[in-house]
Design a protein around this ligand. Structure first.
Ligand SMILES: [Zn+2]
Length: 319
């Protein structure tokens, strides 16, 4: 009986966590706009595979339902390790494993390393001239980079569950972009080379984590000035009707956040372009213009298959 209870709690925790990520719409938009940061030598291949790339960009969230190892790649509950852990946490996977067990690291999320391991796979894909793998890992790294820009992906209180704000996760990363992102601008300039990818990723985690307090506090204050019936309404999505935040409430929150959601989406676009470009440069700037456009069926082959390898404790992956 006790075991069943624990299993049930575990499943609920697992599944409720699974639901959180930028909405599919936002992920697709981010990945699409990242294409336009690329140099001439790269853009043709990406543009001709834009639809496949957009579809692939939401696959990591779909994989979470069928593959246990996928879940932790989308977040890091850095505050579990202490108040200022975001600044002091070991940046290397091997160093982190010397302090914490692998299980602890996996339980609290591994997004910074998931980005680096995917970077390695993408670089290899470029070196091999493997078009399907280039798209697959471009989409995966794009997904993880976008998730790393969501402040609530860096905290244990990821859905306001400890502060009476359940639902805030969806409000910030799905409801606001749904309503507003068509009006966002995504001209973020050209992709540039990242000399130190480890430092760059952790800068993003730090910056996202520093926004957590505002994200929570601003919503808390706002909710005091909104009655329940102005805050929530039933909304039809497909065939079902669900209770959701009203447009008025989402807009009021977005306005108090002063453009934060738009800025985080823009920063995601830029950094995704930077990582794609960096992997291509590190691979020796291969000619990818001759790689063929992939059929929609390529997705069937890649969506469940997983080949991201987590290094063992002592293996020296320091790139
Ligand atoms: Zn995600």
């Amino acid at each position: 009986m006790i075991r069943k209870g624990i299993l049930f709690t575990l499943l609920i925790t697992l599944f409720s966590r699974m639901l959180f990520s930028w909405g599919f719409h936002a992920h697709k938009r981010i990945i699409q706009m990242a294409i336009f940061t690329l140099p001439q030598e790269m853009i043709l291949f990406y543009k001709s595979n834009m639809l496949q790339l957009e579809e692939a960009s939401v696959q990591p969230d779909i994989r979470r339902y069928v593959m246990e190892e996928e879940g932790p790649r989308h977040y890091i509950d850095i505050d579990v390790y202490g108040d200022s852990a975001v600044f002091t946490f070991p940046r290397e996977w091997s160093a982190a494993q010397e302090v914490y067990s692998r299980d602890t690291l996996l339980a609290n999320g591994i997004i910074p390393w998931a980005i680096r391991w995917t970077k390695r796979e993408l670089t290899t894909a470029f070196k091999q001239g493997n078009g399907a793998a280039i798209l697959r890992y471009s989409a995966d790294i794009g997904h993880y980079i976008a998730d790393a820009h969501v402040p609530l992906h860096t905290t244990h209180n990821y859905n306001g569950q400890f502060t009476g704000q359940e639902g805030i996760h969806r409000l910030w990363e799905t409801r606001i972009p749904e309503i507003e992102s068509e009006d966002y601008t995504f001209w973020v300039g050209n992709a540039t080379y990242i000399a130190n990818s480890k430092a760059r990723i952790w800068e993003v985690i730090e910056s996202s984590h520093l926004k957590v307090d505002s994200v929570l506090q601003i919503e808390k204050q706002l909710s005091e000035s909104f009655s329940e019936d102005r805050k929530y309404a039933y909304r039809k999505t497909g065939k079902t009707e669900k209770r959701d935040y009203t447009e008025a409430y989402a807009k009021a929150y977005a306005s108090l956040l002063n453009g934060m959601v738009e800025r985080q989406m823009q920063a995601s676009v830029k950094l995704i372009g930077d990582f794609w470009f960096t992997c291509w440069v590190d691979a020796g700037q291969p000619d990818i213009s001759h790689l063929k456009i992939l059929s929609d069926r390529y997705l069937e082959k890649v969506q469940i298959k997983d080949s991201l390898r987590i290094p063992s404790q002592r293996s020296g992956l320091h790139n």
